[in-house]
Design a protein around this ligand. Structure first.
Ligand SMILES: C[S@@+](CC[C@H](N)C(=O)[O-])C[C@H]1O[C@@H](n2cnc3c(N)ncnc32)[C@H](O)[C@@H]1O
Ligand SMILES: *[C@@H]1O[C@H](CO)[C@@H](O)[C@H](O)[C@H]1NC(C)=O
Ligand SMILES: *[C@@H]1O[C@H](CO)[C@@H](O)[C@H](O)[C@H]1NC(C)=O
Ligand SMILES: *[C@@H]1O[C@H](CO)[C@@H](O)[C@H](O)[C@H]1NC(C)=O
Length: 251
């Protein structure tokens, strides 16, 4: 003991130095990883299995994130369809969306003063409906913007800061390649106590542009880690059959 004591600090200095250095490098690496997996690569099988409830299936066949985006854009950018959506489709869809939002106002999930986001809003009929029922501070996001109603944004990586919105609506959950990121981003950008309303399809498989298939509300409940499920009801909403309401928990 006595003989070793003077040597100790000499040995410890390089030891602690390398310890701090490796901790710093590890912390740096762990901050880099999520971004890389979001933009460039498909998710490794292991990560998928850990994050996916058993009654939610990702469709195979997307070779890369870019292939997924190209498939989504193929329909959304179609000029003939965009013409139809913005003309003869417009009123019919705004009317139906307005009824859904009126109903949500009556149930006190939505108010004129709610700052609202519609996710995957395409040309923004649902945003127009929110404004029509008096929810003036409303905006949408989609891969393809349609100003001023719809901003450009990927729902896997919403272009907003944390805790911005009182209310978020989406009928495109089935288009999420990474459903846990779709939900994680909603929970990040909602204020505490904020409401998320999803229209989903449970009774059958969705269309060929879908990236996942959902078989139960339970699966959604598992993804919404910071929220509580407050209501489920049947609807008839453009081919979707179920309305699910979550409220982000207060800390
Ligand atoms: C079935 S359409 C629904 C459009 C609109 N909500 C409606 O009911 O009229 C799906 C929309 O989701 C958009 N979308 C798909 N993947 C997306 C992503 N990763 N981020 C944002 N929008 C996406 C598509 O561009 C498309 O406009
Ligand atoms: C996009 O759609 C067109 C017309 O339906 C089709 O011919 C083409 O192969 C599609 N491209 C991709 C990348 O899916
Ligand atoms: C909300 O806005 C609508 C439409 O502008 C209006 O008719 C209604 O009176 C407003 N409600 C409240 C509570 O202010
Ligand atoms: C919302 O917008 C409508 C139409 O522009 C307007 O009549 C109404 O007063 C606005 N409501 C609020 C609370 O600003």
């Amino acid at each position: 003991m006595r003989i070793d004591l003077p040597k100790l600090p000499l040995l410890l200095k390089p030891f602690f130095f390398s310890l701090f250095l490796s901790l710093f490098v590890l912390a740096f690496l762990s901050l880099q990883t999520p971004r890389r997996s979001l933009n460039k690569t498909t998710t490794p099988e292991k990560e998928k299995d850990e994050k996916l409830p058993s009654d939610l299936k990702i469709r195979p066949g997307y070779s890369s994130y870019d292939a997924y985006l190209q498939r989504q854009l193929n329909k959304t950018l179609n000029p003939k369809l965009r013409e139809i959506w913005t003309t003869r489709d417009w009123n019919r869809k705004v009317n139906v969306f307005s009824k859904f939002f009126e109903n949500l106002k009556q149930r006190e999930y939505l108010f004129n003063g709610s700052k609202s986001l519609s996710i995957g809003a395409r040309v923004g009929q649902e945003v127009a409906a929110l404004k029509r029922v008096g929810v003036n501070d409303s905006v949408g996001i989609d891969l393809v913007p349609y100003p001023p109603l719809v901003l450009k944004g990927d729902f896997h990586n919403q272009p907003f800061g944390d805790e911005i919105f009182d209310f978020e609506f989406s009928n495109v959950f089935d288009h999420a390649l990474y459903p846990w990121k779709f939900v994680g981003e909603i929970e990040r950008t909602l204020k505490d106590g904020g409401i998320c309303v999803l229209h989903v399809l449970l009774s059958k498989r969705a269309d060929k542009y879908s990236a996942n298939d959902l078989y139960s509300v339970k699966a959604l409940e598992k993804l919404f880690k910071k929220s509580e499920l407050i209501e489920v009801r049947s609807i008839d909403g453009f081919g979707l059959d179920t309305e699910v309401v979550f409220r982000k928990k207060k800390r």
